[in-house]
Design a binder for this molecule. Structure first.
Ligand code: IMP
Length: 852
């Protein structure tokens, strides 16, 4: 037994912890006192000289902005040195093209990467502010929908930490993902005007302004050598202006660049109308032009074939490739055999899904029409430059642009794509003569009433590498969606299982747990997540388990406080926090969880002394504004919450809450407090998932299907430390082949029947009893995601969860072992695999040119 006082002292030490880590080794030693004094000076200077405020007029926002500018100052020298080093060493660079970067907040991340968290805490405290309040002032950069955008953000952190010469390129949306409010149980969207008070992290670069062209027509002529040349003329032009955000590595001097483009109308364009005296038209056209970068499309895993979206895609790809070529040309010497021969040796362009795939035709257009390179050379260079990651096999998510729209907006690109396709199909025809079906499947152009451009096919044909994002997903691509392509080019295909950055998703979001871990095993895990393996030996240590539980409990108390304040529901921090937080989508099966909640409710109602473990079921997630079913499911969850939370028979045995406006910063509040992570998509539908990794890294146990990266999580943590249930991807497929009948499950399972009948019959919405009937009708008629087939196994598995949770020591042991076995899921590992296996880029350590 440990002496009581010592135990309390230990807990007190845990409690006070707000930061982890020691002084970084990469900066010259300055005493912390001196550092704090410098920070305070710089902070006061920014308040006065950048914001023109004094102690009488400064708001908390001003304070945040001054702190942010102070920290940004400390990135600048390293940023410039890094960029100069890339030129001096003439390195190969990788360009990560993504329509989404879900960065979230930057201040905390910059502080830990610079090793300035402790000093800044002290400086802010000395000035009379609380760091938590200052950090809460920052708007999330919500420039993404979910997994794909957050992956891009994690990759940016890992690329800089691995010191890889890399750039993120995307769009600086004026409005990111909408804000979600819950009013009367319904989702209500409001605009995310995140730039309203300025963004201290970005620097506008008006000198990097490129013209992007749309519409017009193509003229042909023969040049002096008799070769056919094409000119894209009579275009409508938009300017792209660069905004740069520094991306620091973890305590290593590297600062990479994320360059986001903003649309500006071109002066020439305006003048045309001004000259004709049409002032109003000039102004309204200017506004129209600038809508290109106005708003992020709020769809996750759904393709919406809007003209503006196509223009967004081309807008950012065109500006990016012009920028890449400018940079490439600067480094080329006259001795090269032809100016672009070395292009793929110096440039890797990565397509984060098909959204930037127009880049393949754009690079071809530049090589052919502007640089005068012949087709075969241009094509060879292009294919060697591009890599493509597929993120989904859901048919409704695959981009297929109507040919009529495509050729109106981008006539020259359409011609080039037709020609790429013609040459490709000729090859296929040689290899598989008269196999018309195969040609039809592999063609970039989908035939039919409306011809469409299949961006996935274009991406595969135009890239030297194609990868999926989990082992299962990559296998499904090879065996299913991309089977024909795998057959001809097996060497192009690989798997790169997604990962997350442990700096944000443990160190920053869970300082209590991070500190406890570092105290035991040191801080090597911050850059080598496999170092967490050393925790395995402590899983049996009762003192360590005690501390572990205490950290989790404190995180739960904090979240309970937030829920009490914001949602006015009192939840018990001793209950099992069962968390289902992610985008609202039928394939993610929030409905399966809902059915379990209703069946638990019925069980407790039937026997209030039933031996069930007290649970708090926490939902959060946004539904696409046009996705009616997903929005109705949000209303259903809130309606069930109202009934359950106010039912006196239920007491504290079950609570249901829906936390509004799920975002990166909300995830950072919820995930450290979770006991149970719901990862229950229909097997074969979730490409990878990364929320699953974030929860497990923070000590939650997973209840999940054998889908996406859940399978690899199971492989790493061991079957005994995860709750797996339900049909496998192969079983789902064979159910479908046999003719799936959801009614059978309804007929056979009285608990399921009761839950569905209650929802359909208005039990949870007395004022509008028919409201949820469509949800149940859809499940009973089609149930495309086979919720009913997995209901019984899910309930049985949740029963096991409850029994295990009652054994605190056993649960804590499993929790520790989950964290200890998460090494594989660092984005550092993922990015290293891309760098070595796809991009062929190497790390470049940054040392300061003045040697200091
Ligand atoms: P960019 O990569 O051309 O956009 O330039 C980014 C930064 O790299 C510049 O602001 C300079 O600090 C640095 N840089 C640009 N050109 C050179 C060069 O020729 N030699 C060394 N550094 C350069």
């Amino acid at each position: 037994m440990k002496p009581k006082q010592k135990g309390n002292g230990r807990k007190a030490a845990l409690k006070e912890r707000t930061t982890v880590g020691q002084r970084p080794a990469f900066r010259p030693a300055v005493s912390q006192d001196k550092e704090v004094a410098q920070l305070k000076d710089s902070f006061a200077n920014h308040l006065k000289y950048s914001l023109a405020k004094d102690e009488y007029s400064a708001t908390r926002l001003d304070c945040y902005t001054s702190v942010a500018l102070t920290i940004r100052d400390r990135l600048i020298r390293q940023w410039i040195e890094t960029q100069q080093a890339y030129y001096k060493k003439d390195v190969k660079r990788v360009y990560y093209l993504s329509l989404e970067f879900l960065i979230g907040r930057t201040l905390g991340n910059s502080l830990i990467n610079l090793g300035l968290l402790d000093s800044t805490h002290r400086a802010v405290h000395d000035l009379g502010y609380r760091m938590e309040d200052i950090r809460e002032m920052e708007f999330d950069a919500g420039l993404g929908n979910g997994g794909l955008g957050r992956l891009a953000a994690c990759f940016m952190d890992s690329l800089a930490t691995l010191q890889i010469p890399a750039y993120g390129y995307g769009i600086r949306y004026e409005y990111g993902i909408f804000f979600q409010k819950i009013i009367d149980g319904y989702q209500v969207e409001t605009a995310d005007n995140w730039l309203r008070y300025g963004n201290p992290w970005e620097i506008e670069r008006p000198e990097f302004l490129y013209i992007v062209r749309f519409y017009g027509r193509v003229e042909q002529h023969h040049d002096e050598h008799g070769s056919l040349r094409h000119q894209w003329v009579d275009t409508r032009d938009v300017a792209a202006v660069a905004f740069d955000t520094p991306i620091p590595g973890f305590r290593n001097n590297t600062v990479n660049t994320m360059r986001l483009w903003s649309a500006k109308s071109t002066r020439e364009f305006d003048l045309e109308y001004f000259n004709h005296g049409d002032y109003e038209r000039a102004v309204s056209d200017k506004a129209q032009t600038e809508t290109i970068s106005k708003v992020l499309y709020p769809n996750d895993n759904v393709f919406e074939g809007k003209e503006l979206r196509l223009k967004q895609e081309y807008f950012f790809v065109s500006a990016t490739i012009q920028d890449i070529i400018r940079r490439y040309k600067k480094t080329q010497t006259a001795s090269s055999p032809h100016p672009f021969a070395a292009f793929p040796d110096k440039v890797a362009i990565h397509l984060n899904d098909t959204h930037p795939a127009i880049g393949i035709s754009e690079l071809m257009r530049i090589f052919l029409d502007i640089e005068g390179i012949g087709w075969d050379d241009a094509w060879d260079l292009t294919v060697r430059t591009f890599g493509y990651t597929n993120h989904t096999i859901l048919p409704e998510a695959l981009e297929k642009w109507p040919v009529t729209l495509f050729e109106r907006v981008l006539p020259r690109h359409m011609q080039i794509i037709f020609e790429i396709n013609r040459r490709f199909l000729d090859q296929i025809n040689v290899r598989f003569p008269n196999d018309v079906d195969r040609l039809r499947r592999m063609s970039v152009i989908e035939e039919g009433y409306e011809k469409r451009v299949r961006m996935a096919n274009l991406s595969i044909i135009g890239s030297h590498s194609v990868n999926g994002v989990s082992a299962l997903h990559s296998d499904i691509l090879k065996a299913g969606l991309f089977r024909d392509f795998y057959e001809i080019w097996p060497e192009r295909f690989s798997n790169k299982t997604n990962g997350i950055t442990q700096r944000r998703w443990l160190m920053l979001c869970n300082p209590g747990l991070a500190g406890l871990i570092t105290d035991r095993i040191g801080e090597a895990w911050t850059t080598d997540l496999y170092a967490l393996r050393k925790l395995r030996q402590y899983a049996k240590d009762p003192v360590f388990r005690d501390d572990w539980r205490e950290v989790k409990h404190r995180n739960k108390r904090r979240l309970a406080g937030y829920i009490a304040e914001k949602i006015r529901v009192r939840v018990d921090p001793d209950s099992l926090f069962d968390c289902h937080v992610k985008r609202m989508h039928e394939y993610k099966r929030q409905l399966l969880n809902v059915l379990h909640v209703v069946s638990l409710y019925n069980r407790i109602k039937a026997d209030p002394s039933a031996d069930v473990v007290p649970r708090t079921v926490i939902f959060a997630g946004k539904a696409a504004p046009g996705y009616h079913t997903a929005k109705l499911i949000i209303k259903l969850i809130n309606s069930i919450a109202d009934v359950v939370n106010s039912d006196p028979y239920i007491k504290d045995l079950l609570k249901v809450v829906f936390i509004s406006n799920y975002s990166v910063s909300m995830a950072a509040k919820i995930i450290p407090a979770a006991d149970l992570s719901e990862q229950i998509s229909t097997a074969g539908t979730e490409a990878s998932g990364t929320g699953n990794m974030k929860f497990a890294l923070n000590g939650a146990l997973t209840v999940g299907t054998l889908d996406g990266a859940n399978i690899e999580i199971m492989d790493e943590v061991g079957e005994e430390n995860i709750f797996i249930f339900g049909h496998t991807a192969a079983e789902i497929e064979s159910l479908r082949q046999q003719g799936y009948d959801p009614g059978k499950y309804y007929g056979e399972n009285p608990d399921l029947r009761l839950a569905l009948d209650m929802i359909a019959g208005g039990y949870f919405c007395r004022t509008h009893p028919e409201l949820f009937r469509p949800v149940v009708d859809s499940l009973l008629r089609h149930d495309p995601y086979m919720v009913l087939a997995d209901f019984a196994p899910y309930v049985a598995c949740q029963e096991k969860v409850g029994v295990t949770y009652k054994d605190k020591d056993l649960w804590t042991r499993k929790s520790i072992l989950n964290v200890a076995n998460m090494g594989f899921f660092s984005a550092d590992r993922t990015v290293k695999e891309y760098a070595d296996g796809i991009w062929g880029v190497k790390s470049l350590p940054i040392t300061f040119s003045d040697g200091k």
